[in-house]
Design a protein around this ligand. Structure first.
Ligand SMILES: Nc1ncnc2c1ncn2[C@@H]1O[C@H](COP(=O)(O)OP(=O)(O)O)[C@@H](O)[C@H]1O
Ligand SMILES: [Mg+2]
Length: 296
Protein backbone atom coordinates (compact mmCIF):
# COMPACT_ATOMS: atom_id res chain seq x y z
CA UNK A 1 0.00 0.00 0.00
CA UNK A 2 3.05 2.26 0.26
CA UNK A 3 2.56 3.70 -3.17
CA UNK A 4 4.58 6.90 -2.85
CA UNK A 5 7.78 4.92 -2.45
CA UNK A 6 6.93 2.04 -4.74
CA UNK A 7 8.30 3.29 -8.03
CA UNK A 8 10.18 6.24 -9.46
CA UNK A 9 8.05 8.57 -11.57
CA UNK A 10 9.47 7.56 -14.90
CA UNK A 11 8.23 3.98 -14.60
CA UNK A 12 4.70 5.08 -13.87
CA UNK A 13 2.27 5.58 -16.69
CA UNK A 14 0.38 8.79 -16.84
CA UNK A 15 2.92 10.85 -14.98
CA UNK A 16 5.13 11.87 -17.86
CA UNK A 17 6.07 15.53 -17.92
CA UNK A 18 4.45 15.79 -21.34
CA UNK A 19 1.08 15.28 -19.73
CA UNK A 20 1.52 18.72 -18.19
CA UNK A 21 0.49 17.33 -14.83
CA UNK A 22 2.48 17.66 -11.63
CA UNK A 23 4.95 14.92 -10.84
CA UNK A 24 4.32 12.79 -7.83
CA UNK A 25 7.33 14.11 -5.93
CA UNK A 26 6.06 17.65 -6.40
CA UNK A 27 2.73 16.52 -5.08
CA UNK A 28 4.42 15.01 -2.04
CA UNK A 29 6.27 18.26 -1.36
CA UNK A 30 3.01 20.09 -1.42
CA UNK A 31 1.47 17.64 0.99
CA UNK A 32 4.50 18.13 3.22
CA UNK A 33 4.14 21.92 3.13
CA UNK A 34 0.63 21.53 4.37
CA UNK A 35 1.55 19.20 7.24
CA UNK A 36 -0.04 20.39 10.41
CA UNK A 37 -2.50 22.53 8.49
CA UNK A 38 -5.46 21.25 6.50
CA UNK A 39 -4.67 18.74 3.75
CA UNK A 40 -3.64 20.28 0.43
CA UNK A 41 -6.30 20.89 -2.18
CA UNK A 42 -6.32 18.31 -4.93
CA UNK A 43 -9.15 19.85 -6.97
CA UNK A 44 -10.03 23.52 -6.91
CA UNK A 45 -13.18 24.47 -8.80
CA UNK A 46 -13.88 28.10 -9.54
CA UNK A 47 -17.29 29.01 -10.89
CA UNK A 48 -17.70 25.78 -12.82
CA UNK A 49 -20.81 25.34 -14.94
CA UNK A 50 -21.69 22.49 -17.30
CA UNK A 51 -24.28 22.62 -20.07
CA UNK A 52 -25.58 20.00 -22.49
CA UNK A 53 -26.35 21.43 -25.92
CA UNK A 54 -26.27 24.89 -24.37
CA UNK A 55 -28.79 24.00 -21.66
CA UNK A 56 -27.20 24.46 -18.21
CA UNK A 57 -27.20 21.32 -16.03
CA UNK A 58 -25.17 22.57 -13.08
CA UNK A 59 -23.93 26.10 -12.41
CA UNK A 60 -21.55 28.22 -10.33
CA UNK A 61 -19.71 25.51 -8.42
CA UNK A 62 -16.80 26.84 -6.37
CA UNK A 63 -15.00 24.68 -3.83
CA UNK A 64 -11.74 22.92 -3.03
CA UNK A 65 -11.52 19.16 -2.50
CA UNK A 66 -8.65 17.93 -0.37
CA UNK A 67 -6.02 15.30 -0.75
CA UNK A 68 -6.39 12.03 1.19
CA UNK A 69 -9.96 12.81 2.03
CA UNK A 70 -13.22 11.24 0.96
CA UNK A 71 -15.57 13.86 -0.42
CA UNK A 72 -19.24 12.93 -0.87
CA UNK A 73 -21.58 14.55 -3.41
CA UNK A 74 -25.20 14.27 -2.33
CA UNK A 75 -28.48 15.75 -3.53
CA UNK A 76 -31.70 14.83 -5.32
CA UNK A 77 -31.70 13.13 -8.70
CA UNK A 78 -30.87 15.48 -11.58
CA UNK A 79 -28.95 18.06 -9.52
CA UNK A 80 -25.77 17.45 -11.51
CA UNK A 81 -23.71 15.16 -9.28
CA UNK A 82 -22.70 12.82 -12.11
CA UNK A 83 -22.15 15.76 -14.44
CA UNK A 84 -19.83 17.42 -11.96
CA UNK A 85 -17.84 14.32 -11.01
CA UNK A 86 -17.24 13.71 -14.73
CA UNK A 87 -15.60 17.16 -14.91
CA UNK A 88 -12.91 15.97 -12.52
CA UNK A 89 -11.33 13.57 -15.01
CA UNK A 90 -12.59 15.08 -18.26
CA UNK A 91 -15.06 12.28 -18.76
CA UNK A 92 -17.52 14.93 -20.03
CA UNK A 93 -15.26 15.26 -23.09
CA UNK A 94 -16.79 11.98 -24.23
CA UNK A 95 -20.26 13.56 -24.38
CA UNK A 96 -20.23 15.72 -27.54
CA UNK A 97 -22.97 18.11 -26.38
CA UNK A 98 -21.31 18.84 -23.01
CA UNK A 99 -19.50 22.13 -22.43
CA UNK A 100 -17.59 23.03 -19.28
CA UNK A 101 -17.07 26.65 -18.22
CA UNK A 102 -15.07 27.99 -15.30
CA UNK A 103 -11.82 26.63 -13.91
CA UNK A 104 -11.01 23.11 -12.74
CA UNK A 105 -7.56 22.97 -11.17
CA UNK A 106 -5.92 19.63 -10.35
CA UNK A 107 -3.22 20.58 -7.86
CA UNK A 108 -2.21 23.87 -9.53
CA UNK A 109 -2.78 22.71 -13.09
CA UNK A 110 -5.75 23.75 -15.21
CA UNK A 111 -7.25 20.37 -16.20
CA UNK A 112 -8.79 21.94 -19.31
CA UNK A 113 -5.66 23.74 -20.53
CA UNK A 114 -4.69 23.17 -24.17
CA UNK A 115 -1.56 21.17 -23.33
CA UNK A 116 -3.39 18.68 -21.10
CA UNK A 117 -4.02 15.25 -22.60
CA UNK A 118 -7.39 13.94 -21.33
CA UNK A 119 -6.18 10.35 -21.70
CA UNK A 120 -3.34 11.08 -19.28
CA UNK A 121 -5.81 12.77 -16.96
CA UNK A 122 -7.96 9.65 -16.81
CA UNK A 123 -4.95 7.54 -15.89
CA UNK A 124 -4.18 9.77 -12.94
CA UNK A 125 -7.81 10.19 -11.96
CA UNK A 126 -9.62 6.87 -12.23
CA UNK A 127 -13.34 6.27 -12.21
CA UNK A 128 -15.64 3.54 -10.94
CA UNK A 129 -19.24 3.49 -12.10
CA UNK A 130 -22.62 2.63 -10.67
CA UNK A 131 -22.94 -0.73 -12.33
CA UNK A 132 -19.90 -3.00 -12.10
CA UNK A 133 -18.60 -3.29 -15.66
CA UNK A 134 -15.90 -5.97 -15.82
CA UNK A 135 -14.69 -7.07 -19.25
CA UNK A 136 -15.93 -10.51 -20.41
CA UNK A 137 -12.53 -11.97 -19.61
CA UNK A 138 -10.78 -13.70 -16.74
CA UNK A 139 -10.24 -11.98 -13.40
CA UNK A 140 -6.52 -11.81 -14.18
CA UNK A 141 -7.06 -10.30 -17.62
CA UNK A 142 -9.42 -7.68 -16.24
CA UNK A 143 -6.61 -6.32 -14.08
CA UNK A 144 -3.74 -6.90 -16.51
CA UNK A 145 -5.44 -5.15 -19.44
CA UNK A 146 -4.76 -1.54 -18.38
CA UNK A 147 -1.14 -1.98 -17.28
CA UNK A 148 -0.43 -3.93 -20.48
CA UNK A 149 -2.00 -1.32 -22.76
CA UNK A 150 -0.03 1.37 -20.95
CA UNK A 151 3.19 -0.62 -21.22
CA UNK A 152 3.72 -0.57 -17.47
CA UNK A 153 6.95 -2.19 -16.41
CA UNK A 154 7.13 -4.94 -13.83
CA UNK A 155 5.98 -8.48 -13.29
CA UNK A 156 2.35 -8.80 -14.36
CA UNK A 157 1.60 -11.43 -11.71
CA UNK A 158 2.77 -8.99 -9.06
CA UNK A 159 0.84 -6.10 -10.55
CA UNK A 160 -2.36 -8.18 -10.59
CA UNK A 161 -1.86 -9.48 -7.06
CA UNK A 162 -1.04 -6.01 -5.74
CA UNK A 163 -4.17 -4.47 -7.25
CA UNK A 164 -6.40 -7.30 -5.99
CA UNK A 165 -4.91 -6.96 -2.51
CA UNK A 166 -5.51 -3.21 -2.48
CA UNK A 167 -9.14 -3.88 -3.37
CA UNK A 168 -9.42 -6.46 -0.56
CA UNK A 169 -10.26 -9.13 -3.10
CA UNK A 170 -7.11 -11.25 -3.32
CA UNK A 171 -8.01 -13.87 -0.73
CA UNK A 172 -11.39 -14.46 -2.35
CA UNK A 173 -10.12 -14.92 -5.91
CA UNK A 174 -6.48 -16.01 -5.77
CA UNK A 175 -7.41 -19.62 -6.62
CA UNK A 176 -9.57 -18.70 -9.60
CA UNK A 177 -7.76 -15.92 -11.40
CA UNK A 178 -8.26 -17.66 -14.74
CA UNK A 179 -12.04 -17.89 -14.40
CA UNK A 180 -14.40 -15.42 -16.04
CA UNK A 181 -15.10 -12.27 -14.06
CA UNK A 182 -18.82 -12.63 -14.76
CA UNK A 183 -18.86 -15.60 -12.35
CA UNK A 184 -18.19 -13.25 -9.43
CA UNK A 185 -20.88 -11.76 -7.20
CA UNK A 186 -21.92 -8.14 -7.83
CA UNK A 187 -19.92 -6.93 -4.85
CA UNK A 188 -16.85 -8.83 -6.00
CA UNK A 189 -17.27 -7.44 -9.52
CA UNK A 190 -17.34 -3.91 -8.14
CA UNK A 191 -14.20 -4.55 -6.11
CA UNK A 192 -12.65 -5.98 -9.28
CA UNK A 193 -13.47 -2.71 -11.04
CA UNK A 194 -11.85 -0.81 -8.19
CA UNK A 195 -8.80 -3.11 -8.44
CA UNK A 196 -8.70 -2.52 -12.20
CA UNK A 197 -8.68 1.22 -11.61
CA UNK A 198 -5.93 0.92 -9.02
CA UNK A 199 -3.75 -1.29 -11.24
CA UNK A 200 -2.88 1.76 -13.33
CA UNK A 201 -1.83 3.61 -10.16
CA UNK A 202 -4.08 6.64 -10.15
CA UNK A 203 -3.89 9.34 -7.52
CA UNK A 204 -7.61 9.93 -7.31
CA UNK A 205 -10.55 7.54 -7.51
CA UNK A 206 -13.91 8.95 -8.54
CA UNK A 207 -16.93 6.78 -7.72
CA UNK A 208 -20.39 7.49 -9.06
CA UNK A 209 -22.86 5.61 -6.85
CA UNK A 210 -20.55 2.58 -6.61
CA UNK A 211 -22.81 0.69 -4.21
CA UNK A 212 -26.26 1.35 -5.59
CA UNK A 213 -26.41 -2.08 -7.26
CA UNK A 214 -24.99 -3.91 -4.23
CA UNK A 215 -26.41 -5.65 -1.16
CA UNK A 216 -25.63 -4.26 2.33
CA UNK A 217 -22.76 -6.69 3.01
CA UNK A 218 -20.98 -5.84 -0.26
CA UNK A 219 -21.68 -2.18 0.40
CA UNK A 220 -20.01 -2.49 3.79
CA UNK A 221 -16.98 -4.12 2.17
CA UNK A 222 -16.65 -1.24 -0.33
CA UNK A 223 -17.02 1.34 2.45
CA UNK A 224 -14.30 -0.36 4.53
CA UNK A 225 -12.13 -0.42 1.45
CA UNK A 226 -12.63 3.30 0.82
CA UNK A 227 -11.58 4.10 4.37
CA UNK A 228 -8.41 2.01 3.89
CA UNK A 229 -7.65 3.57 0.52
CA UNK A 230 -7.88 7.20 1.54
CA UNK A 231 -4.54 6.91 3.31
CA UNK A 232 -2.95 6.74 -0.14
CA UNK A 233 -5.60 8.11 -2.47
CA UNK A 234 -8.10 10.91 -2.67
CA UNK A 235 -11.67 9.76 -3.24
CA UNK A 236 -14.79 11.49 -4.49
CA UNK A 237 -18.04 9.55 -4.18
CA UNK A 238 -21.52 10.34 -5.45
CA UNK A 239 -24.07 8.63 -3.25
CA UNK A 240 -27.82 8.52 -2.81
CA UNK A 241 -27.31 6.84 0.52
CA UNK A 242 -27.17 9.44 3.26
CA UNK A 243 -25.89 6.98 5.85
CA UNK A 244 -23.09 6.08 3.49
CA UNK A 245 -22.04 9.71 3.09
CA UNK A 246 -22.15 10.13 6.86
CA UNK A 247 -20.17 6.93 7.48
CA UNK A 248 -17.34 7.35 5.02
CA UNK A 249 -16.84 10.95 3.98
CA UNK A 250 -14.77 13.71 5.51
CA UNK A 251 -16.53 16.49 3.64
CA UNK A 252 -19.88 16.60 1.91
CA UNK A 253 -21.15 18.76 -0.92
CA UNK A 254 -24.93 19.11 -1.05
CA UNK A 255 -26.41 20.02 -4.43
CA UNK A 256 -29.99 20.93 -5.19
CA UNK A 257 -32.07 21.60 -8.29
CA UNK A 258 -33.08 25.24 -8.50
CA UNK A 259 -35.99 26.39 -10.57
CA UNK A 260 -34.54 29.36 -12.45
CA UNK A 261 -37.72 30.19 -14.33
CA UNK A 262 -40.84 28.38 -15.47
CA UNK A 263 -39.82 25.03 -16.92
CA UNK A 264 -36.08 25.65 -16.41
CA UNK A 265 -34.18 23.87 -13.69
CA UNK A 266 -30.49 23.82 -12.93
CA UNK A 267 -28.25 22.14 -10.35
CA UNK A 268 -26.51 24.31 -7.77
CA UNK A 269 -24.08 23.70 -4.95
CA UNK A 270 -25.97 24.63 -1.79
CA UNK A 271 -23.44 23.83 0.90
CA UNK A 272 -19.99 22.28 1.22
CA UNK A 273 -18.68 21.54 4.69
CA UNK A 274 -17.23 18.86 6.96
CA UNK A 275 -19.62 15.91 6.85
CA UNK A 276 -20.46 16.16 10.54
CA UNK A 277 -21.59 19.74 10.08
CA UNK A 278 -23.72 18.90 7.05
CA UNK A 279 -25.50 16.17 8.99
CA UNK A 280 -25.83 17.88 12.38
CA UNK A 281 -25.90 21.66 11.97
CA UNK A 282 -25.94 22.73 8.33
CA UNK A 283 -26.13 26.44 7.52
CA UNK A 284 -28.83 26.09 4.88
CA UNK A 285 -32.37 24.92 5.63
CA UNK A 286 -32.48 23.08 2.28
CA UNK A 287 -29.51 20.98 3.40
CA UNK A 288 -31.23 20.22 6.67
CA UNK A 289 -34.47 19.24 4.96
CA UNK A 290 -32.62 16.95 2.57
CA UNK A 291 -30.44 15.18 5.13
CA UNK A 292 -33.39 14.66 7.46
CA UNK A 293 -35.39 13.13 4.61
CA UNK A 294 -37.97 15.91 4.20
CA UNK A 295 -37.40 15.91 0.43
CA UNK A 296 -35.34 14.28 -2.30
N1 LIG B 1 -25.50 13.07 -21.52
C1 LIG B 1 -26.42 14.00 -21.22
N2 LIG B 1 -27.04 14.70 -22.19
C2 LIG B 1 -27.95 15.65 -21.92
N3 LIG B 1 -28.34 15.98 -20.67
C3 LIG B 1 -27.78 15.32 -19.66
C4 LIG B 1 -26.78 14.31 -19.87
N4 LIG B 1 -26.40 13.83 -18.65
C5 LIG B 1 -27.11 14.52 -17.74
N5 LIG B 1 -27.92 15.41 -18.33
C6 LIG B 1 -28.84 16.35 -17.65
O1 LIG B 1 -28.10 17.11 -16.71
C7 LIG B 1 -28.80 17.26 -15.50
C8 LIG B 1 -27.98 16.68 -14.37
O2 LIG B 1 -27.91 15.28 -14.53
P1 LIG B 1 -26.92 14.36 -13.70
O3 LIG B 1 -25.58 14.97 -13.67
O4 LIG B 1 -27.03 12.99 -14.23
O5 LIG B 1 -27.58 14.46 -12.25
P2 LIG B 1 -27.46 13.48 -10.98
O6 LIG B 1 -26.27 12.62 -11.18
O7 LIG B 1 -27.36 14.41 -9.82
O8 LIG B 1 -28.75 12.71 -10.94
C9 LIG B 1 -30.15 16.56 -15.69
O9 LIG B 1 -31.08 17.54 -16.08
C10 LIG B 1 -29.87 15.60 -16.82
O10 LIG B 1 -31.04 15.36 -17.56
MG1 LIG C 1 -26.01 10.54 -11.27
Amino acid sequence: MERTTSAPDDTRPGVSASAGLPKLDERDDRAGDAAGAAAAAIFTLDDVSVAYGGVPAVEDVTFALRQNEITAFIGPSGCGKSTLIRCLNRMNDLIPSATVAGKVLYHDQDLYADDIDPVQVRKRIGMVFQKPNPFPKSIFENIAFGPRVLGMKGDMNEIVEGALRKAALWDEVKDRLKTNAFGMSGGQQQRLCIARTMAIEPEVILMDEPCSALDPISTGAIEDLMLDLKVNYSIVIVTHNMQQAARVSDRTAFFNVDKVEEGKRVGKLVEFAPTEKIFTKPDDTRTEEYVTGKFG
